[in-house]
Design a protein around this ligand. Structure first.
Ligand SMILES: Nc1ncnc2c1ncn2[C@@H]1O[C@H](COP(=O)(O)OP(=O)(O)OP(=O)(O)O)[C@@H](O)[C@H]1O
Ligand SMILES: [Mg+2]
Length: 509
């Protein structure tokens, strides 16, 4: 049996200890979960394995013999492929061009161009259910949604025919059916003795796919466990510690005000990606957007935020018609958006954490300034960082130095002082750890307690069940179904998304 064993892995970034003498033993044929809160060192360890980060110290052994991995090419040579947390695709190239790009210098790079093309087509055919029939090899990646892009990323790693595969939040924005497809392929890989490292903040994915798991916290190994012999609550405790574990998994509470007039309505709203959408949002309610991802959920949120201008229909706020053709107007009207792709829209990566928290958007900046003096900005930012347990070195460090989940918390934190009436969230807990998820959920509850209406898109059915008072199911830009209260169950969500009457299938066993 082949093994890839990492010991004594240490890495510091200035004053931040990302990894401290960490170890991981990956066996061929297993899926090994790598768990831990945001900023615990998972990606750092993965990047050491794949040659993207040079550690201060590490020993790596392949089948008992030491190997050196100084750069990505070294990892390729040893048959190690990885899917990183942040997407690596080139948006203006096609699906096929992106796949070819990934194979340079990799195992599949040794295939003849004809064989390689054939292999690409085989892989795309197999992944088609996760991409949809309209995605062709010559489709531009810029036209794909985040979940579809992740499916392509997975295909790119698969094409390298690896012996060891690292999946670092490779499923974070995938919908359940895409996850199931990827899991099927991963199981075929492990049957062929490939060893897989799997990182996901969705616990049910880890429990479904992995046999063992190694838990990191603050760059240190906490434990390595056989998942068969570990209860869910033990695992959560290992990950976040006793204190936070108490707060995870609380029951649904509604703050919907019965008989209230709608704070926001749309009537036959049309815009790019949506048509004839009519909905009402009431003070204090949490409305989820369900359905397969990429059915217009993000377009709808962007449209209400004025970033995807309406081409038809009406929007009212507090009963009066409004024109939301620019984000500035939406912000003035009291609408806040937490975008899905924090890289593009949510954060100014090179700016400091402080600036990001105090800046709602360039458009909203002047507005916020009227509420907050400069000195107050800093103390507000400090409070937000504390309230959401954002792990930072200093408020003045760039956002790009934060771990993925901590970046997402900054995006959400920056809206908190703005007193919105309606909060739009686009897949808000993507890549966020269980402890932080609980914190984000309690923020949503605190907002609704103050009468704020929340409309959120989620690729995670469990999140819809836990948070939403109602779920509007979208299909091809329309709202095709509505589930209320007790009706919001996993099987009802799957059935509504796929537009079938019922679906007895659970997550793959
Ligand atoms: N390039 C960098 N510069 C400075 N600090 C960094 C850099 N990369 C990572 N860090 C820090 O190292 C620590 C570990 O980060 P890492 O990305 O490994 O966490 P993670 O476990 O993958 O978290 P997440 O679940 O949020 O993805 C964090 O505190 C992070 O801020
Ligand atoms: Mg990470």
């Amino acid at each position: 049996m082949a093994t890839l064993e990492i010991t004594g892995a240490s890495k510091r970034y200035g004053g931040v200890r990302a990894l401290d003498n960490a170890h991981l033993k990956l066996k061929s044929g297993e899926v090994h979960g790598l768990l831990g809160p945001n900023g615990s060192g998972k990606s750092t360890l993965n990047k050491i394995i794949s040659g993207a980060v040079n550690p201060d110290a590490v020993t790596i052994e392949l089948d008992g013999s030491p190997i050196t991995i100084n750069r990505p090419l070294d990892a390729h040579k040893h048959g190690i492929a990885s899917v990183y947390q942040h997407l690596s695709l080139v948006p203006h190239l096609t699906v096929e061009q992106n796949l070819v790009l990934g194979t340079e210098a990799a195992v599949a790079g040794f295939l003849s161009p004809r064989k390689q093309r054939q292999r690409i087509h085989e892989i795309l055919e197999r992944l088609e259910p996760g991409l949809g029939p309209r995605v062709r090899p010559d489709t531009k990646v810029s036209r794909l949604g985040p979940g579809q892009r992740q499916v392509i990323e997975f295909g790119k790693a698969w094409l390298k025919a690896p012996r060891f595969l690292v999946l670092d939040e490779a499923t974070a924005s995938m919908h359940r059916d895409q996850v199931q497809l990827v899991f099927d392929v991963v199981r075929e890989m492990t049957a062929e003795d490939i060893g897989v490292v799997f990182v996901s903040h969705r616990m049910e994915e880890v429990l479904t796919l992995c046999q063992r798991a190694t838990i990191l916290r603050n760059g240190l190994n906490i434990d390595t466990v056989e998942l068969e012999n570990t209860t869910d609550s033990e695992l959560v405790r290992l990950m976040v510690g006793d204190e936070l574990a108490e707060r995870v998994g609380s029951a649904h509470v509604t703050n919907r005000v019965e008989g209230s007039t709608a704070v926001l309505t749309t009537e036959n709203l049309s815009a790019e990606g949506i048509s004839d959408v009519s909905l009402e949002l009431h003070p204090g309610e949490v409305v989820g957007l369900g359905g397969l991802q990429g059915q217009g959920q993000s377009d709808l949120l962007l449209s209400l935020f004025g970033a995807n201008p309406a081409t038809g229909g009406r929007i009212t706020m507090d009963g009066a018609p409004v024109s939301l053709r620019r984000p500035r107007r939406s912000i003035r009207a009291g609408i806040a958006l937490v975008p899905g792709d924090r890289g593009d829209e949510g954060l100014y990566a090179k700016r400091s954490i402080q600036e990001n928290i105090s800046t709602v958007s360039l458009a909203g900046r002047s507005l916020l300034r009227t509420f907050l003096s400069m000195g107050k900005e800093r103390s507000v930012a400090r409070e937000q960082v504390k309230a959401m347990s954002i792990k930072i070195g200093s408020l003045d460090h760039p956002v790009s130095s934060l771990s993925g989940g901590n970046q997402q918390k900054v995006v959400i934190a920056k809206w908190l002082p703005a007193n919105p009436k309606v909060v739009l969230l686009d897949d808000p807990t993507k890549g966020v750890d269980v402890g932080a998820k609980a914190e984000i959920y309690s923020i949503v509850r605190a907002l609704t307690e103050q009468g704020v209406a929340v409309l959120f898109n989620s690729s995670d059915d469990i999140e819809l069940e836990e948070l939403a008072d109602r779920v509007l199911v979208m299909y091809e830009g329309n709202i095709v179904d509505e589930l209320v209260g007790e009706q919001i169950t996993h099987s009802a969500l799957v059935a509504a998304a796929l537009r079938v009457d019922e679906d007895p299938e659970e997550m793959p066993a």
